[in-house]
Design a protein around this ligand. Structure first.
Ligand code: ADP
Ligand code: AMP
Length: 217
């Protein structure tokens, strides 16, 4: 299956993508996670990406599109992939379409995780991300078993530098301006499926499984 997962910042895209990856063994490609790894490794890409991410702005398309295309060309993406956080604007969506046509590929479904704005901020302030494997937790809604340590790899859990309230407000604005129009873009292609993301993790995942099981038929 070739899938996208879209939604506002904090909607639960990364959390659900990780559950989809574990259950269906579909490679989870998160552009945000790729940038965060580059920032951790202090690479040239990381230094550039950080200057945009810390303000809640989008990393320029010239950098992001090439990075995703390079990742999609790897062997593990031949039969399936799940893109999380990409595309984030119309230019990226069009570039992805061109890439798919060029490689004779087709998206099966775009999962849109829908959550009201007042819930998002509560999720964002409590979010903690593993500095080693990228697994996501929430101090209130999905706490780790041991304080500040990842259940999966025992890595140190960190509060993302862009999860401050002010930066979050800009990310929400950037979403409305740039990313929200993609809902209609994929609706017009007939492949958009919206899910109520304001439910416990397992119930959101249950709804996603129902959608994906119908695609498998
Ligand atoms: P996104 O990738 O869309 O920005 P995340 O998956 O990182 O969102 O989730 C944002 C925060 O909300 C995390 O702290 C995560 O643990 C928490 N979260 C995700 N899904 C749910 C849910 N269904 N209910 C409560 N909290 C959730
Ligand atoms: P995320 O992990 O998806 O919340 O992304 C964190 C940050 O990384 C975003 O606020 C952007 O600054 C940057 N980013 C992630 N994906 C993209 C993308 N497709 N285009 C531009 N910037 C991105």
């Amino acid at each position: 299956m070739k899938l996208l997962i879209v939604g506002k910042p904090g909607a639960g895209k990364g959390t659900q993508a990780s559950m989809i990856d574990s259950y269906y063994h579909i490679p989870h490609i998160s552009t945000g996670a790729i940038f965060r790894e580059a920032i951790n490794d202090k690479t040239e890409l990381g230094v550039i990406a950080k200057s945009y991410i810390d303000k809640g702005n989008l990393v320029p398309d010239e950098i992001t599109i090439g990075l995703v295309e390079e990742r999609l060309l790897k062997d593990d993406c031949k039969h399936s992939f799940l893109l999380d956080g990409f595309p984030r604007n119309e230019a990226q969506a069009e570039a992805l379409d061109e890439f798919l046509v060029k490689h004779n590929l087709k998206l099966d479904c775009v999962l849109n995780v829908d959550v009201p704005d007042d819930i998002l901020i509560k999720r964002i302030v409590g979010r903690r991300v593993c500095s080693n494997c990228g697994e996501t937790y929430n101090l209130t809604f999905n706490p780790p078993k041991r304080a500040d340590l990842c259940d999966k790899c025992s890595g140190k859990l960190l509060h993302r530098s862009d999860d401050k309230e002010d930066t979050f407000k800009n990310r929400l604005f950037v979403y409305e301006e740039n990313t929200a129009p993609l809902i209609e873009y994929y609706q017009n292609k007939g492949i958009l499926k919206s899910i109520n993301g304001d439910q416990p993790l397992d119930e959101v995942f249950g709804d996603i499984k129902d959608i994906l099981s119908k695609l498998e038929d």
